[in-house]
Design a protein around this ligand. Structure first.
Ligand SMILES: Cc1cc2nc3c(=O)[nH]c(=O)nc-3n(C[C@H](O)[C@H](O)[C@H](O)COP(=O)(O)O)c2cc1C
Length: 189
């Protein structure tokens, strides 16, 4: 892949929040998950643990917990997770955090590593003609414990984020991105 192809793919990755009911073949699911394994992480710690929820009944239960929690907070639940054919939870064991002497860098290094895994998978999703939505609310303390229990995730672990994945049923409107000149500063700000 050359630079222009890469840039086009980066530009074409969008958050998708409406999905078709088409199932995702198992080999496609694994292709998505495989890319997370290759994400860069601090000290090559590879702190991610991925739970790929494929079964409809389990997905329904995750979505029910999510939606109930939104409603308990007087918020409208998002449509995407219920329509998605795959939910990927990115989890971690806090014991794998970088050493404490790194101070305020501990969290930034750790969470960027986990974010890289999520980003790699969302790029893979795009390259395979699917779409994904980050669902950060899954890690809210008001729901995280129940989700962990449902999915058999060890109590000591934590959930970082979730990707809801499916075949897009929407073409998102172009979004405004800050200009190159506004963002880039050569040599000095
Ligand atoms: C760390 C992170 C958390 C996000 N959490 C959510 C979320 O909980 N729900 C959601 O609908 N989108 C979520 N998003 C998607 C952003 O809203 C989206 O990336 C942004 O609006 C830009 O749109 P685009 O992805 O289509 O380029 C998240 C994105 C990131 C990087």
């Amino acid at each position: 892949m050359d630079y222009n192809e890469l840039l086009e793919m980066i530009k074409s990755r969008r958050s998708i929040r409406r999905f078709k009911p088409d199932p995702i073949p198992d080999d496609i699911v694994d292709k998505i998950l495989e890319t997370a394994r290759w994400a860069p992480s601090c000290g090559n710690s590879q702190p991610w643990e991925l739970i790929a929820v494929k079964k409809q009944t389990v997905r329904d239960e995750v979505v029910r917990m999510l939606d109930d929690d939104y409603r308990a907070k007087d918020k409208e639940p998002p449509a995407g997770p219920a329509q998605a054919q795959l939910l990927i939870l990115i989890c971690y064991n806090p014991e794998n955090k970088p050493p404490a002497w790194l101070g305020r860098l501990v969290d930034s290094m750790f969470y960027s590593s986990l974010g890289n895994a999520a980003l790699f998978m969302s790029m893979a999703v795009t390259s395979l003609g699917l779409g994904s939505q980050w669902v950060s609310h899954i890690a809210d303390p008001s729901i995280e414990g129940n989700i962990k229990e449902l999915l058999g995730i060890p109590a000591a672990w934590e959930i970082f984020d979730m990707l809801a994945v499916g075949y897009p049923d929407v073409a998102p409107k172009p979004r405004a991105m800050r200009s190159f000149d506004e963002v880039v500063h050569y040599d000095f700000y």
